[in-house]
Design a protein around this ligand. Structure first.
Ligand SMILES: Nc1nc2c(c(=O)[nH]1)N[C@H]1C(S)=C(S)[C@@H](COP(=O)(O)OP(=O)(O)OC[C@H]3O[C@@H](n4cnc5c(=O)[nH]c(N)nc54)[C@H](O)[C@@H]3O)O[C@H]1N2
Ligand SMILES: Nc1nc2c(c(=O)[nH]1)N[C@H]1C(S)=C(S)[C@@H](COP(=O)(O)OP(=O)(O)OC[C@H]3O[C@@H](n4cnc5c(=O)[nH]c(N)nc54)[C@H](O)[C@@H]3O)O[C@H]1N2
Ligand code: SF4
Ligand SMILES: [Mo]
Length: 715
């Protein structure tokens, strides 16, 4: 592997190596790592010449070297010697570890079928090789159960595709053209920080930013206006906005006639939501709704930013679908600085056959597909035939999966053979039979396609793997060899894989024009080949739906068994909005939102001492009204619980949430809490209305102050 050896100005002994941030974040920053003569990385920075990174990294990845050189990194394969979950392991060699997995899987496949082996992975890295290729090739060849990777934005993706046919957000700098930006159920100050300077600049240019979020987030604090609907009621709010827009004649009939199908169906829905009705559902004043509608309809360009946070409800699919209709009602799709900013994922689509080789004759016919949100249930009886082996990588389900108590119950099964590949001994790794050490992003090759901007990032390894750690793909190759799989596409190294996927994808993707592996290795980051005038999504008026139009009525939705017309339905676990004066019972359950923490990415970084300290303690935000009813003071230990489970948090009595609504930032590592659990002991593994999506934020809990005795005794 040739490393970039351009010297750092003024310090000729340092090499600069170009890379990419691997984490689940739309910004996909372009990195440069400085490496000294001993081969040690001395700093990781954001590239100054990248149009979105612009020379800085977030609070998390700024401290990447603490992660890379963390003394607690796993450096060798480990085999369990104590009881499951006891955390007792002994060091073994890679040869022994691979041989053991091969032997166990051969036996399991012969006895029960390979479909009783389940790979479980998600967001550890979003790289093409260490993510998508690792997720596909080997498992397809083995004939393992397929994993439905639905924990994050599955419902929203489906909603956007059904409505406009493509995830084609504009690049972040497009907000500079906007006059109004609605940030709806999204918290970029924490989850997509490189959007913020563009938003600030837009505000300086006179644009208004309105945040619609039940929680007063960091993003909401810097907005021109913050609107706090009751959780899970946004579709009613959007429909009422449309009601005001239509009844006041502020919609765009010509645009609608030319570019949409099913307007009459949507109109019928809209007319059911006068603002007075939506006010009762959302807890907002009807005047607030009307004013928002008028401002949105009369300010152009108006951009609507929606991300995946808002989709994690049982009605998340229909919510996002309803929101995606708003820009059409006011004719804002196709306008520079207008439309919908969801994700840029579909500007470039990898050729899937070259990524996963699933249709190769060597691969058995795919068997079943299991939804990752149901992991606990699947492991404890739902899967038939049962799962006899679980291979976890790029994921930490004991911390991050819903209904995590059930996941632990499943992992304790004596007849389950669990392998966990990670950089650290996570809560999940503690339940493994074998733990394998993983490389960090500075130690392996990868290629990254962002979901928040329009360039491709190559990641060149900067340092040698720490200890005996191996990359995901290298472990797949070793397992393939151990099982005697001969296919070239299971032996190829990372660069060969990248070359194959680039070449195959370039046949259909004009975005890749002029993009070669050699150039990527040299330049690190290369903008997509999209002419500037084509960077405004849907400027040509062509939507990627079957009709080529915005589909208010969707035959595809109908075929999937959904309501073909967007609308609001109450959440499955629901307590209707009530004004504070009617909230008088201290045992009344309240909806709890457990969204992204500022210093973690899901559970990643949750073990990094400086970031853990900066994030503070696992906190429950509760309104003074509700706190007083329950005798809760700030700083006090409280217990949140429901029929799924419980956990304890420290109360923060605050107006950041309205009466009747709770919030906590996630995801904390269970093993660092005295109770060995986190908020996911209460979240539900129920699936969303669309596409098997997750429903973390449809979660009713009771809150009680802990007495001193409870604090000592626990449960
Ligand atoms: N710092 C940090 N960055 C991250 C992550 C992280 O954990 N930490 N996670 C990464 C991942 S995996 C993802 S998917 C993205 C997520 O990125 P975002 O979607 O921005 O993040 P979330 O915090 O999940 O949700 C955004 C907001 O939705 C609000 N929300 C929840 N329910 C409702 C509702 O019913 N109505 C309305 N209007 N708002 C609602 C929450 O209060 C929250 O503030 O961020 C990525 N980036
Ligand atoms: N309560 C609550 N729970 C949530 C959410 C929430 O908002 N609230 N958000 C949900 C969302 S949006 C998501 S996307 C999921 C994410 O859930 P997961 O995908 O499970 O994400 P993490 O918990 O961050 O775990 C990722 C693990 O991958 C490891 N890793 C990193 N790089 C590599 C690598 O190269 N190789 C290997 N083998 N491992 C690696 C990291 O060390 C880390 O332990 O969490 C969900 N969980
Ligand atoms: S987590 Fe996001 S903001 Fe932070 S370095 Fe990675 S891509 Fe950039
Ligand atoms: Mo996510």
């Amino acid at each position: 592997m040739a490393l970039d050896i351009s010297p750092v100005k003024g310090r000729s002994s340092l090499r600069v190596v170009y890379g990419a941030c691997p984490h689940d974040c739309p910004d996909n920053c372009a990195l440069e790592t400085h490496v000294d003569e001993q081969g040690r990385a001395v700093s990781v920075r954001g590239r100054a010449d990248h149009p979105v990174t612009r020379g800085w990294l977030c609070a998390k990845v700024n401290r990447y070297l603490e992660r890379v050189y963390d003394p607690n990194r796993l450096l060798y394969p480990l085999r369990r010697v104590g009881a499951k979950g006891s955390g007792q392991f002994e060091r073994v060699s890679w040869e022994e570890a691979i041989a053991e997995i091969v032997e166990r899987w051969q036996k399991i496949s012969a006895t029960y079928g390979a479909e009783t082996i389940l790979p479980y992975s998600y967001a550890g890295t979003l790289g093409l090789v260490q993510g998508a290729v690792t997720d596909g090739r080997f498992w397809n060849r083995l004939g393992a159960s397929q994993l439905e990777r639905a924990i994050c934005g599955h419902a929203a993706e489906d909603a956007v595709l059904l409505t406009i046919g493509g995830r084609l957000a504009p690049a972040p700098d497009m907000v500079l053209k906007s006059k109004l930006i609605l940030i709806w159920g999204s918290n970029p100050a924490s989850t997509s920080p490189h959007l913020m300077p563009f938003l600030r600049q837009a505000q300086k240019n006179g644009a208004r930013v309105i945040v619609i979020d039940p929680v007063r987030t960091l993003t909401a604090r810097s907005a021109n206006q913050h609107i706090q609907p009751f959780p899970g009621t946004d579709a009613a709010l959007a429909l009422a906005m449309m009601y005001v827009i239509v009844t006041e004649g502020l919609h765009q009939p010509e645009w609608l006639a030319e570019h949409t199908v099913g307007w009459e169906h949507l109109l019928e829905r809209i007319m059911q939501y006068p603002p007075e009705r939506a006010a009762q559902i959302t807890g907002l004043a009807s005047e607030t709704i009307s004013a928002l509608a008028r401002e949105y309809a009369t300010t152009a360009p108006a951009l609507l930013r929606v991300t995946d946070g808002i989709n994690r409800h049982t009605n998340g699919g229909q919510t996002v679908r309803t929101l995606a209709c708003l820009p059409a009602v006011v004719g804002q799709y196709g306008q520079p600085g207008g439309g919908l900013m969801y994700s840029t994922s579909d500007w470039l689509k990898w050729d899937s056959a070259s990524v996963n080789h699933g249709t190769d004759p060597a691969c058995p016919t795919p068997t079943r597909s299991l939804n990752m949100n149901r992991l606990g249930s699947l492991l404890t009886g739902e899967a038939d035939p049962p799962i006899y082996s679980l291979y976890v990588y790029n994921a930490n389900p004991v911390a991050s999966a819903p209904n995590a108590g059930k996941v632990v119950e499943g992992l304790l099964r004596e007849d389950l053979f669990t392998v966990v590949h990670d950089l650290f001994e996570t809560d999940t790794a503690r339940y493994a039979d074998l733990i394998l050490p993983a490389t960090s992003q500075l130690e392996h090759v990868d290629l990254h396609k962002p979901y928040g901007h329009l360039s491709l990032q190559y990641n060149m390894p900067a340092i040698e793997p720490q200890g005996e750690s191996r990359s995901n793909w290298d472990v797949m190759r070793a397992l393939a060899a151990g099982l005697g799989f001969q296919e070239e596409w299971l032996r190829a190294d990372a660069d060969t894989v990248i070359n194959e996927v680039l070449t195959a994808s370039a046949r259909t993707q004009t975005t890749l024009q002029g993009m070669t592996l050699e150039r990527l290795q040299q330049e690190g980051s290369i903008p997509f080949a999209i002419p500037v005038e084509e960077q405004v999504p849907f400027a040509d008026g062509k939507f990627r739906t079957p009709s080529g139009k915005v589909e208010f009525y969707s035959e595809q939705a109908l075929a999937k068994g959904y309501d073909p017309v967007p609308g609001w339905v109450a959440e499955v676990e629901y307590t209707p909005y009530k004004p504070a004066s009617e909230l008088q019972a201290s045992d009344e359950p309240m909806p709890l939102i457990c969204a992204a923490a500022h210093h973690f990415i899901s559970s990643t970084f949750g073990n990094q001492p400086t970031l853990k300290t900066k994030e503070g303690t696992p906190t429950l935000s509760i309104n003074p009204h509700d706190a007083q009813l329950r005798g809760i003071r700030s700083g006090q230990l409280v217990r949140v619980s429901n029929e799924r489970g419980w956990c304890r948090l420290i109360a923060d009595v605050t107006e950041d949430v309205r009466p009747g609504v709770l919030s906590t930032a996630t995801v904390w590592w269970p093993k660092f809490s005295p109770d060995q659990r986190n908020i996911n002991w209460t979240t539900s593994d129920r699936l969303a209305d669309f596409n098997g999506g997750s429903t973390f934020y449809t979660n009713l809990v009771k809150v009680e102050a802990e007495t001193e005795q409870d604090q000592k005794g626990g449960e």
